[in-house]
Design a protein. Structure first.
Lengths: 222, 222
């Protein structure tokens, strides 16, 4: 029976590849848009204007404080009541962008706040415009601290993208869910699905680990 | 456009919401406890002297951290039956969440343990402490103190992750929102209430985390 299921699964493999491709480009796209959004909101998050700061904080709390599943139901089921109708794919892109943006804005804000006040003051005293201060003084120094958490967020963005399968986007999780109805062997089917995610997330996380090992890691014996 | 917000429906379903809230909290707490125990065991095995076990544990942790929780939930939901294990949805959900958070908690603990100077462990060793005694009296009291803020962060994501159990029809907060959508066609009322309750839990845990960082009550032990 097992080899029969295996044969069936191999026959269904092209669908898994198609689904994997959707996962890859969708999460890739939303990582890019999310990063842009995150940086913009992150800059608002550290601004001195109270209402702007409050709104940016509220946005990041909403995206970080509610499950992504609820957010995607919000976008897919509630936005139409306000006249904004989305196809599943559009809802997925909007949802993932907002999610990534919410997490990245906190990372960016935290990275920028690590820079000592004196740097800002020195730049101001040297006659740098606000744009120049950001571009030449603050961001170059904040970037190394931001990169680690940012890559971590990219991995979790790829993993969160699995949730959009519930509104019918044909990503690799949805392909697995449909396949398991025909090939009733969850072990086989979802191991394959997991393997696809593992193949992107694991190398990326090793990359961060090696990057961070150089700075912080040390051996410890219990 | 929405003309009114149907409070009456919410009163009709308030019992269900209470049940959902308690289930969400209960599932999260049980999974946190089980995941915490698993995390300690994994962490000890990973840092232990036996290289083969350490490799296997490392692989387990990486596999859990590099695949989406939704795939893991489906994996257990569709595969346990094949092995003749007859779990209901609740048990499958708690199993998946505990195994998932156990991997994360073990990494948090490892980071905490790495912050303890090796000299202390060596001192304990030369004082004749056994491995268990070293863990019980020297390592864990300090490591747990240093890991309280990240552990609270992990419990925030655990509460959010528990929403995925609604997909295998566990009655928790997100599921109640879905029930309201399906039975009364009130997605706005359903999911706004669900999201508000999640935000309530989120703000409570977030402020607990900020408070614990500000008080630094655990730093004194270091």
């Amino acid at each position: 029976m097992f080899s029969f299921y295996l044969q069936k699964l191999i026959a269904a493999f092209p669908f898994f590849l198609e689904g994997f491709w959707v996962t890859v480009w969708l999460s890739g796209l939303c990582i890019v848009t999310g990063t842009i959004l995150g940086f913009l909101v992150g800059l608002l998050r550290i601004s001195n204007i109270k209402p702007v700061k409050f709104m940016a904080g509220f946005y990041s709390d909403i995206t970080r404080g509610t499950p992504f599943l609820v957010q995607i139901f919000f976008i897919y089921f509630i936005f139409p009541e306000f006249g904004i109708q989305f196809e599943p794919m559009e809802a997925a892109i909007v949802g993932l962008t907002l999610l990534n943006g919410g997490f990245i804005c906190e990372i960016v804000a935290a990275g920028i706040e690590m820079i000592p006040k004196g740097q800002w003051e020195a730049a101001e005293a040297s006659g740098f415009s606000p744009y120049q201060r950001m571009r030449y003084i603050i961001l170059p120094q904040a970037t190394p601290g931001i990169l680690g958490p940012l890559t971590g967020q990219y991995i979790s963005g790829i993993k969160e993208s699995a949730i959009i399968s519930v509104i019918g986007v044909m990503d690799v999780t949805r392909v697995g869910w449909l396949t398991v109805q025909r090939i009733p062997n969850g072990l086989l089917v979802f191991s394959l699905v997991a393997l696809f995610y593992f193949s992107i997330c694991y190398p990326t996380s090793r990359l961060i680990a090696r990057f961070e090992e150089k700075t912080t890691h040390r051996e410890i014996i219990l | 456009m929405i003309e009114y917000f149907n409070y009456r429906a919410l009163f009709d379903y308030s019992d269900l919401y209470l049940k959902g809230l308690l289930n969400t909290l209960g599932i999260s707490i049980i999974a946190l406890i089980l995941g915490g125990i698993l995390g300690v065991v994994l962490c000890v095995l990973k840092l232990g002297k036996n290289k083969a076990i350490s490799r296997i544990v490392t692989f387990y942790i990486d596999a859990m951290r590099s695949t989406p929780l939704i795939v893991q939930v489906y994996f257990f939901y569709f595969s346990l039956g094949n092995f003749g294990i007859d779990f209901n949805e609740f048990e499958v959900g708690i199993l998946a969440l505990s195994l998932h958070s156990g991997a994360y908690i073990s990494e948090i603990l490892r980071a905490g343990i790495s912050s303890i100077p090796q000299g202390q462990i060596e001192a304990a060793m030369s004082s004749g402490f056994s491995l268990f005694q070293r863990l019980r009296y020297i390592i864990l009291p300090q490591a747990i103190g240093a890991t309280v803020p990240p552990l609270l962060g992990q419990s925030i994501s655990l509460v959010k992750d528990s929403s995925l159990l609604s997909l295998i029809s566990v009655l928790e907060l997100t599921r109640v929102g879905q029930v309201l959508t399906h039975e009364r066609f009130l997605p706005v009322e359903g999911f706004v209430t669900t999201a508000a309750l999640y935000l309530l839990i989120y703000y409570f845990l977030k402020h607990l985390s900020l408070w614990s960082q500000k008080r630094l009550i655990f730093k004194e032990t270091l």
